[in-house]
Design a protein around this ligand. Structure first.
Ligand code: SF4
Length: 500
């Protein structure tokens, strides 16, 4: 959700005449900011130590601002919403603070701050414009996120999202489908439908079966090859969604299903209304209908009051679930959440020790599940910058249908071809898995004369056009619009990485 918000900020700024900084992607915040006139930091309160990281980054930027007083610094996202005006009190060199509900005002606020020479702070309490109606600068030409809802009606006691993003607001299916069609027309062949709780999609307009219908309708869009979604909620996960997944060929065999805890007592304290038996039942039914589905999850270790027995229940559910990977978090109180004030906070050394045990268990399972992929021939959608060692290893990287990361060995005759004649990001390569590791697969079949097929796609063409100077930024449903020249922009985009 946050990364998609960053895309919207970039889209809005480009629409207002800004261009990406030439130092973008330089590696560190300071190296990127060196060449920028505007730095936008999109914060995420869900992340651990988010506040420390923000003020650490702002401290670094303060020194840059001394040498370049025209540099503008904007802070948006959840932390800005949470800290309200506190950011300019603590970091008076910040020019603009905006919240999660008013991304649309960012360009105007930058302008005002420049003109008035004073910090601008605007934080709306509720959403005025549905974010997906804003222009979006999509990071990828072959894969796009499309929001189906924002906000959440649940009240998980560890989570700040309902407080910061408000109640769930659903977008009408027609609008969602129009945006999907628009991104497909621009070259995307993969779309991820995005909501805090996609299974409750439709409550806003009185149709409880709306998400399954939306999946089927999205799957019928011509030219769209891969449909993914995130995140479902186990409490609201229904059979019609499993049927729609299984019966819609372009819906990928992948499911991210947040467990959070395997202990029913802890789930109750978290105010998560499913129990571990229900969770495991969903996984069984998904696997019955979609046998190769890769299932991933989120787990919190050390929620207040978690006993060794509770933790053991989590280990048991993890063992039974056979997740392909998991995002695991050590619980740390988020100010403003009910759980932050609970007694019985678990001592940090106990949390760390349990976390290490969970990580080791999931590492073993990930390794075993990935080893079971050896010998399978898979379609890999080549991605941009997924494999850090690709140039050294002469491999390309991308995602299999089940979203596993695959590094594909290039046959010798291809390795020396010019970049545009090799498989491009957005193209599809079919190869056989020859090796595995807990976090990736290797498909070197092409090196020994085995399977290696390339399908050049519209998405690869779109990537090439962008790379060769084409411009693929447009408001949803509108033709591409050119961005006039202006000051460079750099975005600080937080992202979560799996720990095993
Ligand atoms: S379902 Fe729970 S964890 Fe997810 S966004 Fe809503 S309140 Fe937060």
């Amino acid at each position: 959700m946050n990364v998609h918000d960053s895309e919207r900020m970039a889209g809005l700024l480009e629409d207002s005449g800004y261009t990406p900084a030439t130092t973008r992607g330089a590696g560190s915040l300071m190296a990127e900011a060196e060449g920028a006139d505007v730095v936008v930091i999109n914060t995420c309160a869900v992340r651990e130590n988010a506040s420390d990281r923000l003020y650490g980054n702002l401290g670094q930027l303060a020194s840059l601002k001394k040498t370049n007083p025209d540099l503008q610094i904007a802070v948006g996202g959840c932390l800005a919403q949470q800290d309200q005006g506190g950011i300019v009190d603590r970091a008076p060199w910040v020019d603009v603070v905006f919240g999660t509900h008013n991304i649309d005002v960012l360009p105007a606020m930058l302008e005002r701050a420049r003109h008035n020479q004073t910090a601008q702070v605007e934080l709306e309490e509720s959403l005025k414009t549905f974010p997906s109606t804003l222009p979006t600068k999509r990071e990828s030409s072959y894969a796009a996120w499309v929001s189906i809802s924002v906000g959440c009606n649940n009240t998980c006691t560890f989570c700040i999202v309902p407080h910061l993003r408000g109640k769930e607001r659903d977008r009408r299916p027609g609008e969602v489908l129009a945006e999907v069609e628009a991104v497909v027309a621009q070259g995307a062949i993969e779309v991820t439908l995005l909501g805090q709780n996609v299974n409750s999609y439709g409550v806003g307009f009185g149709d409880r079966g709306a998400f399954a219908k939306l999946l089927r309708a999205t799957g019928r869009i011509e030219g769209l090859e891969r449909v993914r979604f995130t995140s479902p909620h186990p409490a609201a996960f229904t059979e019609d969604v499993i049927d729609a997944m299984a019966e819609t060929p372009s819906v990928m065999p992948q499911l991210h299903m947040p467990l959070q805890s395997g202990s029913d007592r802890v789930l109750r304290a978290m105010r998560r209304s499913y129990r571990s038996a229900k969770f495991l039942g969903i996984l069984d039914r998904v696997r019955e209908q979609i046998p190769h589905a890769a299932i991933t999850t989120d787990i919190i270790v050390g929620f207040p009051g978690e006993t060794e027995e509770d933790f053991q229940a989590t280990l048991d559910v993890v063992e039974a679930s056979r997740f392909s990977s998991a995002f695991t978090f050590q619980y740390s109180p988020r100010p403003g959440t009910p759980a932050a004030d609970l007694p019985d906070q678990v001592p940090p050394d106990v949390v760390a020790e349990r976390y290490a045990r969970l990580a080791a268990l999931q590492e073993r399972i990930s390794e075993e599940e990935n080893a079971a992929q050896i010998g399978r021939t898979l379609d890999v959608l080549i991605a941009e910058s997924e494999g850090r060692k690709d140039s050294a290893t002469q491999r390309l990287s991308g995602r299999a249908e089940d979203n596993r990361l695959v590094h594909v060995g290039l046959p010798e005759h291809m390795a020396n071809l010019p970049e545009m004649e090799r498989p491009r990001p957005g193209d599809m390569v079919t190869a056989t898995i020859t090796r595995s590791a807990p976090h990736h697969l290797i498909a070197d079949s092409g090196l020994a004369g085995g399977t290696f097929e390339v399908r050049r796609t519209r998405a690869g063409d779109a990537w090439q056009a962008r790379k060769e100077g084409g411009h693929s930024h447009a408001a949803p449903g509108t033709p591409d619009g050119g961005a006039p020249a202006g000051g460079p922009v750099t975005l600080g985009m937080p992202s979560l990485r799996p720990t095993q």
